[in-house]
Design a protein around this ligand. Structure first.
Ligand code: NAD
Length: 297
């Protein structure tokens, strides 16, 4: 059923996601602080609004895709003061679990439905409409959100109550950050031992070292021709975004009392990498730092 959707945050991810909602037959009114994003959105059939509230006014559903938790809480505070009860609010940004729960509470106090639905799949997935959504929130809110999420993605999971989507996202990306460092260390060690990249790949990809960081995002050129290592480590998934997610995982670990020693170490390693000027490279370029080449921009 065609719906009227307010879409706030039309950046690298939000822009193409909103465009896919237009393609699916929905009426989308969008807002962003950056004029160039508004122009790009207009070209995709999105009606540009003058403020977040103007984009949300009269909408059945409002979706936010913003940089961080403080932006989401700020925008949802405005929305929750103005929208009618029963409106569905979806946040697809990657934010800390605490901010996600705060946003849900703002919506609930207003009688609105709410879902945290962060994504995996990057800008390529956003354009192609193949994102994976990890959702948290009440059953009724998720049921209403699911068809829209399916218009922007391929896999949609209801992970549990408020904040569960963000929890799934940061746990998954903590696995990813740690495993990429592990795979990179193994290739760097293999090089010192005179082992060819292909030989290590052939063995590990069918043995107990097998993982996504090896078989999809292999950090050395050759064995997986589509991995960013074959393209000068152009992202892909930028190291700065990996660092953001690892730091969110650390904040959650601290708040919940979970022990995540390797997650903490991974955050430190990516922190050094970003500090050396490599935040814009794909996160698999971490292998260069592990080879002792990380300081060279
Ligand atoms: P982006 O910086 O390109 O887009 C964010 C947009 O939000 C910007 O255009 C900014 O102007 C806008 N914005 C900020 N405050 C606003 C406000 N108050 N009102 C209206 N607009 C506002 O970032 P992105 O790459 O699109 O990422 C968005 C979110 O998705 C982030 O939380 C990010 O961590 C997450 N994410 C990104 C990727 C990726 O590959 N880029 C992958 C998965 C998840």
């Amino acid at each position: 059923m065609a719906q009227t959707i307010g879409f706030i945050g039309l950046g690298n991810m939000g822009g193409p996601m909103a465009a896919n909602l237009v393609k699916a037959g929905h009426t989308v009114r969008g807002f962003d602080l950056v004029p160039a994003s508004l122009e790009a959105a207009r070209a995709e059939g999105i009606t540009v609004a003058g403020s977040a509230l103007a984009a949300a006014e009269g909408a059945d559903v409002v979706i936010t895709m913003l940089p961080a938790g403080r932006h989401v809480v700020e925008v949802w505070t405005q929305l929750a003061a103005a929208l009618p009860a029963g409106t569905l609010l979806i946040d697809s940004s990657t934010v800390d679990v605490e901010s996600a729960r705060k946003a849900h509470a703002l919506a609930e106090a207003r009688g609105c439905l709410s879902v945290d639905a962060p994504v995996s799949g990057g800008t390529g997935g956003a354009k192609a409409g193949t994102l994976t959504f990890m959702a948290g929130g009440a059953e009724a809110a998720f049921a209403k959100a699911e068809p829209l999420l399916k218009a922007m993605g391929k896999n949609v999971f209801h992970c549990g109550a408020a904040g569960a989507g963000q929890a799934a996202k940061i746990c998954n990306n903590m696995i990813l950050g740690i495993s990429m460092i592990g795979v990179s260390e193994a290739f760097a060690l293999g090089e010192k031992l005179g082992l060819s990249h292909q030989a290590l790949y052939d063995v590990a990809s069918v043995s107990s070292g097998q993982c996504w960081s090896l078989t999809t995002y292999c950090p050395v050129p050759g064995p997986v021709p589509t991995s960013p290592a074959n393209n000068g480590y152009k992202p892909g998934f930028a190291a700065a975004l990996m660092l953001k997610d690892l730091r969110l995982a650390q904040a959650a670990a601290l708040a919940s009392g979970a022990a995540t020693p390797l997650g903490a170490e991974a955050a430190q390693v990516y922190g050094l990498f970003e500090g050396a000027g490599h935040g814009g490279e794909d996160f698999s370029a971490i292998i260069n730092m592990l080879r002792g080449q990380g300081g060279e921009s």
